[in-house]
Design a protein around this ligand. Sequence first.
Ligand code: FDA
Length: 400
Amino acid sequence: MTHHTIILGAGAAGLHCAAYAVGQGRSTLVIDHAKAPGDKIRISGGGRCNFTNTRTAPKHFLSTNPHFAKSALARYTPADFVALVERHGIAWHEKTLGQLFCDGSAKQIVAMLRDEMERAGADLWLNTTIVEVEKTEAGFAVTVERDGKRQTLSCANLVVATGGKSIPKMGATGFGYDLARQFGLPIVEPRPALVPFTLTGALHEEVKALAGVSVQGRVTAGQGGRGTTFDEAILFTHRGLSGPAVLQASSYWREGEMVRLSLAPQRDLADALLERAQAGDGKKTVETVLATMLPERLAHDICARAGVSGRLAEQGRKSLSRLNAAANDWQIIPAGTEGYRTAEVTLGGVDTDALSSQTMEAKAVQGLYFIGEVVDVTGWLGGYNFQWAWASAFAAGRAI
Ligand code: FDA
């Protein structure tokens, strides 16, 4: 069977690309080994899909080449995707920081993409194993197994949209990287990102006692704890640290590096406590007063770590400054991350040097395209990864 275009992967990027890759007399087939398309879309954003971010800008993406994503992001914007969502009558709202979610269910986004793709005339084969891909004179030969039968399909254009390695339980594989290597394309070493930190030893015991506590904090990671800063929630868990600020920071962290946490970044706690002493709280313990500013268990932990106890009136500035540092400049070294099991995305991927930033086509292999998460472009938390999937898919789809 001959197709104009075969798209490997029926996730966010693959489905969206299919709607644009189809043209008159150009048959397009999307292939996936999963039972259903867009599984990650379905579970994304707590089931409501944070489908884009109105603040999308190149600075919200990590890549060895930070300029690569600019062109595609400029040519398919959050407003373009919102217009599509609205054409399908899907109600949405902005939650925070430009993050747009469905009012109803993420399933609406999957249904919308499937509808767009089918309306354009593309076919979808699910439950299909990709056995082998080979280059031919006219394009590519793709051998698949479907309904227990093996068959070889041919196509002029092959789009790889098989995503990253995150959450193998949901069908994520390193297939796209292997295929890139097969065609001689370099890979930037993939690693889990947007992922909770794990801790060991005494630090783990300390944090375990805080499990369930959440604060609006600040986390800085990368460049030995002086790199990129995120002001969002920090969540203490039984295994370590999570919450949006931590997940964001994990994308910048490298093994063995220190991470800085600030648990009350809005104020200097020494100043705040001295004010409270002057306002008549001096007879209370430091811990009691601090517990009116921060969650009680956290106040207890900070006082213990700073070695500060007793009445507030008895404290000098030095001990209160120590307490502020324990809260606002807590330097920790994570043992690691929870890895691909829970990582929201995969950093690294197909080296952008090998791809055209206009079309996502491999420079050295005519007709071979890589889109979405398999490419070395990784967004921040907050709808940026889907926006990259839509934009890169559009760039390839329009070019085909
Ligand atoms: P995606 O992973 O969507 O699709 C890849 C497809 O390829 C899958 O259907 C898979 O089955 C298929 N495949 C893989 N290997 C194959 C093989 N060997 N053979 C055949 N098929 C194969 N982002 C965001 O912007 N907002 C959000 O709210 C969230 N929320 C979120 C929650 C959770 C829990 C996760 C894990 C991730 C998110 N993300 C997110 C990230 C987002 O889901 C992700 O970046 C995009 O889905 C990437 O789109 P792709 O199409 O590139 O890959």
